[in-house]
Design a protein around this ligand. Sequence first.
Ligand code: ACO
Length: 401
Amino acid sequence: VVDIRKLYAQTGLFTYDPGFTSTASCESALTYIDGDEGVLLHRGYPIGQLAEGSSFMEVCYLLLNGELPSQAELTDFTRTITRHTMVHEQLSSFFSGFRRDAHPMAVMCGVVGALSAFYHDSTDISDPDQRRISAHRLIAKMPTIAAMAYKYSVGQPFVYPRNDLSYAGNFLRMTFGVPAEEYEVIPAVEKAMDRIFILHADHEQNASTSTVRLAGSSGANPFACIAAGIACLWGPAHGGANEAALNMLKEIGTPDKIPHYIARAKDKNDPFRLMGFGHRVYKNYDPRATVMQKTVREVFDALKVTDPLFETALRLEEIALNDPYFVEKKLFPNVDFYSGIILSAIGFPTTMFTVLFALARTVGWVAQWNEMISDPGQKIGRPRQLYTGPTQRDYVPLSQR
Ligand code: ACO
């Protein structure tokens, strides 16, 4: 067996692989994807089974610890997360530094990064206990911070976490409730929210996770690393696609306009792409999109609402999947295609969609970060480059140019 790292080091060989389409940056035991078959496993468990039978807390435990918890372990873990949901009161003042119309992802980058200033104990990343506490703090505080970002944007007072509610229920109340008033968490919506969190929990070495790993590889503070992940996730080619997908569906409007947009997506002179379609790894139906589509119907039934955009989305999928362009390029709906419709039905504005993605992906980011730091062979990430600039030349003084 050839040790490729040694071979490269001895021979000076390196690969040129823009977008890392065929370069593994690490070993990982967390998540497995077979993009051709449309398979996604967390620690070996299929995403469909987890979304159906598990809970987000259980999936968090699984990703962090490698095994499903016993009832006692789950109760203990849930209690620990609940205990960490409060944020330092001073953190609230960060929000008022932002314009009200700031994109909540901009707010999230700043506020989550600022957590590093509150937890100095998190800087000793060689200590597994400190890493664990940082992971718990991040998972626990993300819903609180996300809800605060929403409340600030709509000019309402912050709602404090309540320890007797579930992770998803607490988040819904902090987002849509009013301080000191009862807020009724609708069980079907709470379940849908929990399931959406499960579907976004981890997805191996995507751009934001790779960003977290790269930032963390220098030994940086975990809160700062997660802020870097949030920044990367914001882009429309990544987590921002759920916002872009719903905006696109609104722009298309009615099914009769679909052929026009399909033609635009196929036109190489037009930058338009079908948002929520295509994936770097999945060359088959994204298994998360299947669950997401089913969840749309459940939320509609629970809230007794419909959305004509769902019909447009279903028709768009049908037309695209029968179009030779999309068939040949193996472009299928991804997780973002239907998620916006559900989130919109629950009441979230489009600008919050990527925030919810970041909230749920935090467990994947911290689990991947912890796995990397725990690896005794871990090195600082330092990609090579193919230099294309000028060869050496002499400096010309300004007076002679
Ligand atoms: N609509 C139209 N054509 C597309 C689409 C699309 N959504 N996606 C890819 N293609 C075409 C490209 O034009 C390209 O065609 P070409 O070979 O003729 O040049 C071919 O399919 C391959 O596309 P690439 O961009 O090279 O594929 P890559 O793996 O780099 O990109 C990506 C994957 C970024 C997800 C892409 O499919 C895309 O932009 N999709 C829309 C945005 C989106 O939904 N992102 C969410 C991804 S899931 C997530 O982050 C959670």
